[in-house]
Ligand binder design. Sequence first.
Ligand code: ATP
Ligand code: MG
Length: 331
Amino acid sequence: MPRYYDNNTDQAGELRRMVTDNREKKKAEQEKTQLPRLHTISILSGKGGVGKSNIAAGLSFALADYGKRVVLIDADLGMANLDILCGVRNAKYNIAHLIEGSRSLSEILVHFKTSERATNLNGGVSLLPGGVGLKEIADLDDIAMERLFEALSGLEELSDYLIMDAGAGIHNGVLSFAYASEITILVTTPEPTSIRDAYGVIKSLGAAAWQDPEMPASGLMLVVNMASSSREAQEVAERIRLASMQFLGNAPVYLGYVLKDNVIERSVKNCRIFYRSDPESNAGICVRNLAGDLLRLCEGADIKHVELPQERKGVRGFFSRLAKKLFEDDK
Ligand SMILES: Nc1ncnc2c1ncn2[C@@H]1O[C@H](COP(=O)(O)OP(=O)(O)OP(=O)(O)O)[C@@H](O)[C@H]1O
Ligand SMILES: [Mg+2]
């Protein structure tokens, strides 16, 4: 009976369509969950001693208190000191062991729990300590670099944020982090020398920063540290932004400020993270505000007129851009 067969064929076809639809839905869902989610944030400056390491550590602990899993990397390989700053005495292993391949990432990472003020207990900070007198990242040979990147690619599963203290200056090792990261935080203080050097970094990134489609100009952000008031910080940021606008035709986003606060100096002397020992200090509140804004930006909130490009998420992409930049300038 043709009707019967027709009907049967229809049903079989319908069934096949449903199975295919379901399969495609499942595949799309899998692909969605496999998309890189990790946010890479580099902290750098033109002038040294402006507070990068304290801000990197403070932001990491503040993000952890918001329930985020943060890996803090001392990428200032020549002058690493985040372990001391975080109160880690005699870290057994450091990034050098990862580079030579003698220890695994899990053996090297030093874990910190969230503080009592954490709103979500899933968070935490893991520090990848740097060593003393290591070669700059730009000076590593191809094999060492590959070994390092391969070991660090495991971070995609372990963390939500990768915060890298990338050091000071305008050499390739520092600038490459800006090219590779999803977000680059350029730290300055209100001192004229620091302002000029911050502008020097922007200028060095210059042409590429806003003309190279691969460069995340929207992810380049300013933080003014050691400000005496929010107004002073805003004025400093505006000066840098104006100069950048005038000479480069574009400017970094002003993310925010950290007030000058003696608790930082005191905490550094006592090898403690100021954000943990004095979270309600002026500097602590400022860092928490910065972390909150970063979190909102990374979650796609419409603030500060920034839209972070989705394709820059993930640790693998970060390392392939970093390697590309480091090798490119090697030629
Ligand atoms: N907001 C602040 N208020 C007061 N002092 C601060 C503040 N931020 C940093 N400092 C002081 O500046 C010193 C340098 O800070 P930090 O080590 O974080 O700078 P850095 O940019 O990482 O330096 P380097 O370029 O040498 O790596 C600290 O020891 C601390 O005394
Ligand atoms: Mg430092």
